[in-house]
Design a protein around this ligand. Structure first.
Ligand code: PGA
Length: 229
């Protein structure tokens, strides 16, 4: 299983340091083959070492240059970061990243050899139209994406389940992941209100290879409930 913690706009540099210290102590109990990723805010990035991989929640697809407010590969390289989240629904919807921009980012970081967690997901409006509409929408989010890239995985996150406490049902996740696996044969994470109370059910689904976690990842205790479930 893959366990990815997305802090979003939470935690400081100091609290991230404390978190990682505490997490590392307790990760000795995890299954050896499990992979743990942590995506702290950009200001908390550092060259941490341990049984986890630190990634960037976002970066601009440049080495360096004049892009006020953004960071490029040069800034990430300082901390040996070569893992990135691309296409999160909050970046698509709140920050206005188009599919074209997301695809450009993917192509750039692929070229750099980054490990990419590529996020896709549908709105409630689309979910209510049924599975076929959902899959059609999700497939459209692969437009311009080289799905043969060896160093990437997909995170399926229904937007209506993110931060809402409302998780997709086992049946919804099963059917969506089964359909997605036929389109993109890559590790497939589920995200959207994953927590201690539902991890066993979600992790048991055949085509779920891991989870991408926001809220429940913010404290080591609740994240470890997932990792060590
Ligand atoms: P959540 O967020 O676990 O708080 O629902 C998941 C995500 O957006 O990655």
């Amino acid at each position: 299983m893959i366990y990815a913690a997305n802090f979003k706009t939470n935690h400081t540099r100091k609290s991230t340091e404390n978190y990682i210290e505490d997490l590392q102590r307790k990760l000795v109990d995890k299954n050896e083959e499990d992979r743990v990723f942590i995506f702290p805010p950009l200001t908390a990035l550092d060259a941490y070492e341990g049984d986890f991989i630190i990634g960037a929640q976002n970066a601009y697809p440049v080495e360096s240059g004049a892009y006020t407010g953004e960071v490029g590969v040069e800034q990430l390289a300082e901390f040996n970061i070569n893992t990135i989240l691309i296409g999160h629904s909050e970046r698509r919807d709140i920050l206005g990243e188009s599919q074209e921009a997301v695809a450009k980012k993917f192509a750039f970081f692929k070229e750099q050899g980054f490990e990419i967690i590529y996020c896709i997901g549908e709105s409630l409006e689309i979910r209510e139209q049924g599975l076929e509409a959902v899959i059609e929408h999700l497939v459209s989010q692969f437009e311009g994406i080289d799905t043969t890239y060896e160093n990437f995985m997909v995170a399926y996150e229904p937007i209506w389940a993110i931060g809402t406490g409302r998780t997709a049902s086992v049946e919804e996740i099963t059917m969506t992941h089964d359909a997605l696996k036929k389109v993109v044969d890559k590790p497939l994470l589920y995200g959207g209100s994953v927590k201690g109370a539902n991890i066993a059910q979600i992790a048991a689904i055949d085509n779920v290879d891991g989870v991408l976690v926001g809220g429940a990842s913010l404290k080591t205790e609740t994240f470890l409930e997932l990792v060590l479930h």
